[in-house]
Design a protein around this ligand. Structure first.
Ligand code: AMP
Length: 399
């Protein structure tokens, strides 16, 4: 039965998230996560048919982790190696200038993804490790790379160009690439479907608010701007990432605080954002601290909302008006407070949130603006795994 199913793999530096699913029906046959690869005590949680199987013990590398996962698949009724799967879809973070559509993987593609590691040193090597492991364990199964940057490949020149020395930029691949593209593309498509409108006729703003966070402005199905840039550090305030800062801060820290460049990178990526301001990076904990009267948590929240609204304003003007504003990912889907605060006081722009719709306990894609509001405000659950599985199936079908 596995032949219709696509295995989607999202591998990070010390983790692998995976899902076995039917791209046609979106039904998930199994899913799980390998954690703490390379550490003294690793772990795997594998879910299939309502049951959870766990593994604890050292997991040397990505191949060892996937091998254990395949054993767990076999235990729970999906012997991937013997029954086969239709394809494996890999999430790859950085496609650089080279990759802008889902791509069938061969040796040359693996090498090219590896060469792009200088642009995404935390992500691309981990993605390559996942690809190599899956190719080794499932020889003969087509493997497809789906790039986080691809949707934004065609950003207009004015939006993708940094105003730095053009020769330096060209020599080092410095431009705005954008990330979370699979999610922005999927969610904007779902938003158009929910409204029963042709995506080609809509101006949309999408807020993907998870641990990482980004916004995009989309005209007629094509992105015209997005908040993330050369790396996923630019733009909105995130769980642990600063988002936009004055680049002069980097030089100041190196000169005055005597930090080296790796320390600065670590500071901005892992110890900044909500965590840097409040001490916690999980939005639910932030909310608890705010409810308990913690002023640092309150400030973190206010900075987060301020940055969201700044981009909302920018994108409204860039698009010259908007038909739909959509919230997605962990915070976007689950925090009515964030949605209400992000859009408060904008009725003169046709933007409003209906309090009852906004707080309704509903997991499905839905409209949260009053029905007579000019702008549709939506909550649409993202599903990057499904989008990757569908892209992989299409690439395989096209041969
Ligand atoms: P993601 O990266 O999309 O998995 O989103 C993770 C973020 O979503 C974390 O900051 C979580 O705290 C946040 N999140 C998850 N559930 C909720 C919730 N019910 N209310 C507020 N934030 C949530």
């Amino acid at each position: 039965m596995s032949e219709d199913l696509v295995l989607v793999i999202n591998s990070g530096s010390s983790s692998i998230k995976y899902q076995l699913l039917d791209p046609e029906t979106s039904a998930v046959a199994a899913s799980g996560m390998v954690e703490r690869i390379g550490e003294a005590e690793g772990g795997i949680e594998h879910k299939a048919d309502g049951k959870t199987v766990e593994h604890r013990g050292p997991i040397a590398d990505h191949t060892a982790g996937l091998r254990l996962v395949f054993d767990m698949f076999a235990e729970t009724g999906h012997d991937l190696a013997s029954e086969g799967v239709h394809a494996v879809g890999h999430r790859v973070v950085h496609g650089g200038e080279v990759f802008y559509r889902p791509t069938l993987i061969d040796d040359g593609v693996v090498e090219a993804i590896s060469e792009l590691s200088s642009l995404a040193p935390l992500h691309n090597p981990a993605n390559v490790a996942g690809i190599e492991s899956a190719r080794e364990l499932l020889p003969g199964v087509p493997q497809v790379a789906v790039f986080d940057t691809a949707f934004f490949h065609g950003l207009p020149a004015a939006a993708k160009t940094y105003a730095i020395d053009a020769k330096v930029a060209a020599a080092h691949g410095i431009r705005r690439y954008g990330f979370h593209g699979t999610s922005h593309e999927y969610v904007s498509g779902q938003a158009a479907a929910l409204l029963g409108r042709d995506p080609g006729a809509l101006n949309q703003i999408v807020f993907h608010l998870g641990n990482g966070a980004s916004a995009s402005a989309i005209r007629g199905g094509n992105p015209v701007d997005t908040t993330m840039g050369l790396t996923p550090l630019e733009g909105l305030v995130m769980g642990t990432r600063s988002g936009d800062i004055d680049p002069g801060i980097v030089a100041h820290l190196v000169r005055s605080a005597r930090m080296d460049i790796d320390q600065v990178d670590e500071l901005l990526n892992r110890d900044s954002g909500i965590k840097g301001l409040s001490g916690v990076n999980d939005f639910r904990e932030l909310q608890r601290l705010i409810d308990a009267g913690d002023p640092a948590a309150r400030l973190a929240y206010d900075v987060y909302i301020h940055r969201l609204r700044r981009y909302l304003g920018a994108y409204l003007i860039e698009l010259g008006g908007v038909d739909a504003i959509t919230f997605t990912a962990g915070v976007g889907e689950n925090s009515p407070q964030v949605r209400a605060d992000a859009l408060a006081g904008l009725t003169r722009f046709g933007i409003a949130v209906d309090p009852d719709r906004n707080t309704a306990k509903d997991r499905a894609a839905r409209r949260i603006s009053p029905l007579d509001a000019e702008v549709a405000v939506l909550v649409v659950p993202t599903n990057e795994e499904l989008a990757i599985a569908r892209a992989a199936r299409e690439v395989v079908a096209a041969g």
